[in-house]
Write a protein that binds this ligand. Structure first.
Ligand code: AMP
Ligand code: MG
Length: 507
């Protein structure tokens, strides 16, 4: 297999969209551009610590190249740049954002596919604003492990090829409370068909630069949605319907496994409907739809678990607004929001049928699901354990699922057994258990699991990271040798620990 240096690279994005005439340079506004060429920062001591064999096989890449993957070497064929985009952050238009600490190496041409390889944490770009362009080890581990775990859960996501420690110490104030400390730096090489976001289109529309907007739309559709042609409204709508469907499907998967993105700003919404920008994300443990892992969002909980489908629609509406200037009849864009809603409902129902082992979803099942949702919130109930253990329950007796509850004495036994009786009857006492096991993962990357991996890695031991990476390549399989360690409720120590129950955007 070839190394990165021997691989074939394309520069479609740079060739087909307008860019900045200046290379690198200080933080600034870069009007009328989709990108700025930037040279990554050369770290003092790049060491490859984590690697995805699975992704490397897809990319047909030989393991290694610590220096390139750490940003210290740009080889022939690569043309490194940062993308310019804008975004709505927490509901407010934030203007120009862009890749403040992500630098694309190039577009890797592998067999019939093309993948963008991007270094996250590789130094300043014109879009870094007041920040340093770097990333710390803890957030890099979280992105590496979670994006690979999501892929193996069957959830659309960007991926991670490698994690390189840089040998640098960088300053972060984790909880933004006036306690800055030095932390090890790292660079993750992430991989996606592209890192184009909703905000990539919004920025041009917001400044009235419709010609750059048109170039970006043409580039995106030509290379990433080639089944569509955008010569007229009908074509544009049909492309956007695909974007809407892919976004809705992604979010229905999040709801299935209890994933909370945490920062669903429009700059963090991939045009491909891929989970992107792993920051203060979290996994629901106690089933609470109001939960958000992100302390920055603690007061309004805009990005709480249960609101993600609505936020997906809100974000899509912002994308549609940005396409309005290219439309002959902008009002026809409403259809795309209907597509989003219909697709989400369809997949949501299908997901519930699968989670509950029903071979099809009928209208009456909505009530069954509603009652289950209410019950699961009556006392602390672990989402992952509950659904996984439900796959093998023998009789409608809630005490078979005791291990899924944080306080057994608080379980409303009668209500639960009534519901379980209804569910059992609905399945003809034969829930489709293999369907259930394929929809209810046994292992997910709970925050405290990631934190244990981080604590060890910060002491130089990456074995916990590797163990989790390995475990999470088969999240639906029984792996009994790991049950005592990883198939269990949140330990008490993690209830209030930073990085477990609370995460800030600091990374
Ligand atoms: P996020 O909410 O993490 O997706 O980031 C929002 C914006 O802040 C993006 O434009 C990022 O590139 C930028 N950003 C975040 N962290 C840094 C950093 N350490 N240095 C430079 N830019 C950053
Ligand atoms: Mg982002």
């Amino acid at each position: 297999m070839p190394t990165l240096a021997e691989s074939k690279w394309l520069t479609r994005f740079l060739d087909e969209t307008p860019g900045d005439s200046q290379i690198g340079g200080k933080s600034r506004q870069v009007p009328n551009a989709c990108w700025s060429r930037v040279v990554p920062f050369c770290p003092p001591n790049p060491v490859l610590k984590l690697w995805s064999n699975d992704l490397a096989n897809t990319l047909n890449l030989e393991k290694g190249d610590d220096l390139i993957l750490g940003g210290g070497r740009v080889v022939g064929g690569m043309d490194t740049y940062a993308q310019r985009y804008g975004g709505h952050q927490f509901g407010n238009w934030a203007g120009q954002l862009g890749d403040g600490r992500a630098i694309t190496l190039g577009e890797l041409d592998v067999n019939d596919s093309v993948f963008e390889l991007q270094l996250k944490g590789s130094g300043k770009t014109p879009y870094s604003r007041f920040a340093d362009g770097k990333a710390v080890l803890r957030s890099s581990i979280r992105e590496f492990l979670c994006s690979e775990a999501m892929h193996h859960l069957g959830i659309p996501t960007t991926r991670a090829l490698s994690l390189v420690t840089t040998g640098e110490q960088i300053v972060r104030d984790v909880m933004y409370d006036g306690n800055p400390a030095l932390e090890p730096g790292a660079v993750v090489c992430r991989v996606s068909p592209s890192f184009i976001r909703f905000g990539s289109f919004q920025i041009h529309s917001s400044t009235g630069d419709y010609s750059t907007l048109q170039s970006l739309v043409e580039h995106t559709v030509k290379n990433h949605f080639p089944e569509h042609s955008i010569g007229d409204d009908e074509g544009r709508i049909s492309w956007l319907n695909t974007v809407a469907k892919q976004t809705a499907i992604m979010i229905s998967h999040w709801m299935r496994v209890g994933f909370v993105h945490g920062v669903m700003n429009t700059d963090n919404m991939s045009i491909h409907g891929l989970t992107i920008d792993y920051g203060p994300y979290g996994w629901i443990e106690d089933y609470n739809p109001n939960w958000t892992p992100n302390t920055t969002d603690a007061s309004t909980r805009r990005y709480r678990f249960g609101q993600q489908p609505q936020i997906g629609a809100w974000n899509l509406a912002r994308l549609l607004e940005s396409i309005v200037p290219l439309m002959d009849n902008p009002e026809t864009l409403h259809e795309v929001l209907d597509t989003y809603g219909d697709t989400f409902d369809h997949h949501h129902n299908k997901m519930w049928a699968e989670k509950l082992g029903l071979n099809e979803f009928i209208e009456d099942d909505k009530e069954l699901v509603r009652e289950l949702n209410t019950l699961m919130q009556m006392c602390e109930c672990d989402m992952t354990l509950f659904f996984r253990m439900l796959c093998s329950i023998d009789s409608p007796d809630i005490h078979e699922l005791n291990d899924a509850f944080y306080d057994i004495d608080s379980i409303p036994t009668d209500e639960w057994n009534t519901w379980l009786g209804k569910w059992f009857k609905r399945t003809g006492e034969k829930p489709n258990r293999s369907l259930m096991r394929a929809a209810n993962p046994k292992y997910v990357l709970r925050n405290w699991m990631a934190q244990l991996a981080i604590d060890a890695a910060e002491k130089g031991d990456f074995s916990v990271c590797e163990e989790l990476q390995n475990l999470l390549t088969r999240p639906y399989d029984e792996q009994p040798e790991f049950d005592e360690k990883w198939f269990k409720k949140r330990p008490e120590w993690a209830r209030t620990k930073i990085g477990c129950s609370m995460l800030s955007c600091s990374s």
